[in-house]
Design a protein around this ligand. Structure first.
Ligand SMILES: [Zn+2]
Length: 490
C-alpha cells in the first residue's frame, strides 16, 4: 500500500511521547443536497427546531452564577430559543410533561476529535476520499448524551461540511467550535518552525474560517510565543499543549493569552515526583496567567486501562457506537497496549492519580476548569465520555454543581458564547437536557436523560434509544468490511 494519508488526528492519542503523528490532509466530503425534511418526515418523538413547544412543570437548574433552582416551571421554546420561563404557553402547541424532572443546559465537550473522510494511497489531483464517515452516525452519541456543543481541536475542511450538514437540518447534531492545529517539525499540515511562519499560519487559519488556534507539542519556543501573540491580535483564542521545548522552563510557556491547557497531563512532564507542591506550583502559574484547564481525565484513565490490558475496552458497552474501522484500530492496532511492562503500568497509574491532584490544586487556586474528553482517543467514545469525565472530576474533588458549571456555563464563556448558550435563561438558544433525577445531588444523574433539546429540536428518550440501537446495528453489520491493519497494508 502506498503512502498513508489521514486528515485528522482523531484516533491518535496526544500529549506525550507515546503519541505518534500522522499526516494531515484535506479532502472533500460529498454531502447530498437535500431539502429540509417536511413535518411528515419527522419521526414521532422529535420536534423540529422551527416549531413552538413547551416543557411544563419542570425544575430548572439554570446554571447561572447564582443558580437558584426554579421549581415547577414552564419553558416555551420557539425558533431555536427559550422564548419564556414561566410565561404563557401559546395555544395549541405541543407540551412536554416535565413533572418531577430537571432541566439543565446542554453539555459542552471542550476537547474532541471528529473523524472526517480520508483516503489511503498516493495522492493524485482530484483525489477523493476512500473511507467515509456518516456524519449523523458520528454525532448521534453526542446528542444521545445531552452534549449539544463540541470543540473540535483538530478541525479540517471536512469539519465545516459536518457543521453545515447540521445547520441545513440533514443531521441532528451539536454545534461545533473549530480549532486549527499548528505544530512544529516537518511534514504535511500546519507545521511551522519560525515566528514569521507561525504568525502566517494563524492568519491563514483565520482566513480559512477557523475560530480558534490549537498549539501543539512540537513547536519551538519563539514560534509558540509568536502564534499566541498573533492569534490574540487576530481575535482568536488559543488552547493547546505545552510544547516539549519548555522542558525545564515551564513558566515561560505561560505567556499572555495562552487561553487554556488542553490536558492536565501536559503538566505531568514537568514534575519529577508528582508532588502536591508541584501541583500547586502549576496551578499558580495558570491562575496568574489567566489560563484555564481542560483536564481530560477520562482520556488518561482509558489510556492507563489499555496500558494494562485491552479487555476493558473490548467489553465496553459503548464500543458498539464507534465506527467499525475505529473499533478495528482500537482493538487490533492499539498503540497503548504495546511494550507493556510493570513499570509502565505503574507510571500510568501514578499519572492518573497525579492528574486528580492537579484538578484539586487548580480548583483551590481558582483556575476555571472545563469538561473535555479527547473523544477519538481509543476508548473515549463520543458523548458517553463526557459523563465519565464529569464523574472523574467529582472524584478529583469538584462538587456536582462545580462540575455542571464546568460542562455548561464556563465553557460557554471561554468560547465567547455566553450570551447564546451555557445557562437556561430567556433568550438563550434552546440547548437543554431533561433529566429524570437531580444532578446536583449526584452527577451520575446527568446520565438519566429523559430528552434532549439540541438547537431547538426536541428528541425524546425513545427516539434517542432508537437512534442508538440503529447506529449499533449498522456498525455491527458493517464490521467485516473494516479491517484497520488490512487498510494500512499491514
Ligand atoms: Zn485531543
Amino acid at each position: 500500500m502506498g503512502k498513508f494519508v489521514f486528515n485528522d488526528l482523531a484516533q491518535l492519542p496526544m500529549g506525550s511521547k507515546l503519541f505518534y503523528r500522522i499526516w494531515i490532509s484535506f479532502f472533500l466530503v460529498a454531502v447530498a443536497c437535500r431539502a429540509l425534511p417536511s413535518k411528515s418526515d419527522v419521526p414521532q418523538g422529535i420536534i423540529r427546531n422551527n416549531a413552538i413547544y413547551a416543557i411544563k412543570n419542570v425544575n430548572i437548574i439554570p446554571m447561572t452564577l447564582k443558580n437558584e433552582v426554579i421549581y415547577n416551571a414552564t419553558v416555551v421554546i420557539r425558533d431555536n430559543r427559550i422564548e419564556s420561563i414561566n410565561g404563557q404557553i401559546p395555544a395549541g402547541v405541543e407540551v412536554i410533561q416535565g413533572k418531577g424532572k430537571w432541566l439543565v443546559p446542554g453539555f459542552i465537550d471542550m476537547h474532541v476529535h471528529v473523524p472526517t473522510d480520508f483516503y489511503v494511497g498516493t495522492k493524485l489531483p482530484t483525489q477523493d476520499a476512500s473511507v467515509f464517515f456518516d456524519t449523523q452516525d458520528l454525532v448521534t452519541p453526542y446528542v444521545a448524551n445531552g452534549v449539544t456543543t463540541i470543540f473540535n481541536l483538530n478541525a479540517s475542511f471536512g469539519s465545516f461540511s459536518q457543521r453545515n450538514a447540521i445547520a441545513r437540518g440533514n443531521v441532528i447534531g451539536p454545534r461545533m467550535a473549530l480549532a486549527a492545529l499548528i505544530d512544529g517539525g516537518q511534514g504535511i499540515g500546519r507545521k511551522v518552525n519560525t515566528a514569521t511562519d507561525g504568525r502566517q499560519a494563524v492568519r491563514s487559519a483565520k482566513a480559512e474560517g477557523y475560530e480558534f488556534i490549537k498549539v501543539y507539542s512540537g513547536l519551538n519556543v519563539e514560534t509558540y510565543k509568536a502564534i499566541i501573540d498573533e492569534a490574540h491580535a487576530q481575535g482568536l483564542k488559543t488552547i493547546g499543549h505545552i510544547p516539549d521545548a519548555f522542558q525545564g522552563k515551564l513558566k515561560q510557556a505561560f505567556v499572555p493569552y495562552y487561553g487554556m491547557v488542553a490536558h492536565a497531563e501536559e503538566f505531568t512532564k514537568h514534575s519529577k515526583d508528582f508532588s502536591e507542591e508541584d501541583a500547586q506550583r502549576f496551578a499558580i502559574l495558570a491562575k496568574e496567567n489567566g489560563t484555564w484547564l481542560t483536564p481530560t481525565l477520562t482520556a488518561l484513565s482509558w489510556i492507563s486501562s489499555q496500558v494494562r490490558s485491552i479487555d476493558e475496552l473490548r467489553t465496553s458497552p459503548t464500543l458498539q457506537y464507534v465506527h467499525p474501522l475505529l473499533q478495528s484500530k482500537w482493538l487490533t492496532a492499539n498503540n497503548y497496549h504495546q511494550d507493556t511492562t510493570s513499570e509502565r503500568r505503574d507510571y500510568f497509574k501514578k499519572m492518573v492519580d497525579f492528574n486528580k491532584k492537579l484538578v484539586r490544586a487548580f480548583k483551590l487556586a481558582g483556575v476555571p476548569i472545563v469538561t473535555g474528553t479527547d473523544t477519538g482517543v481509543s476508548g473515549v467514545v463520543a458523548g458517553f465520555s463526557l459523563h465519565h469525565e464529569m464523574e472523574q472530576l467529582v472524584e478529583a474533588g469538584l462538587t456536582p454543581e462545580e462540575v455542571l458549571s464546568s460542562a455548561t456555563r464556563l465553557p460557554a464563556i471561554w468560547l465567547g458564547l455566553e450570551s447564546e448558550i451555557g445557562t437556561v435563561e430567556k433568550g438563550k438558544r434552546a440547548d437543554l437536557v431533561l433529566l429524570d433525577s437531580n444532578p446536583l445531588e449526584d452527577v451520575k444523574n446527568a446520565r438519566r436523560i429523559s430528552g434532549v433539546v439540541v438547537n431547538g429540536q426536541w428528541i425524546d428518550k425513545s427516539s434517542i434509544s432508537k437512534m442508538l440501537s440503529e447506529l449499533s446495528k449498522r456498525n455491527t453489520a458493517a464490521k467485516d468490511k473494516y479491517d484497520w491493519n488490512k487498510l494500512m497494508g499491514k
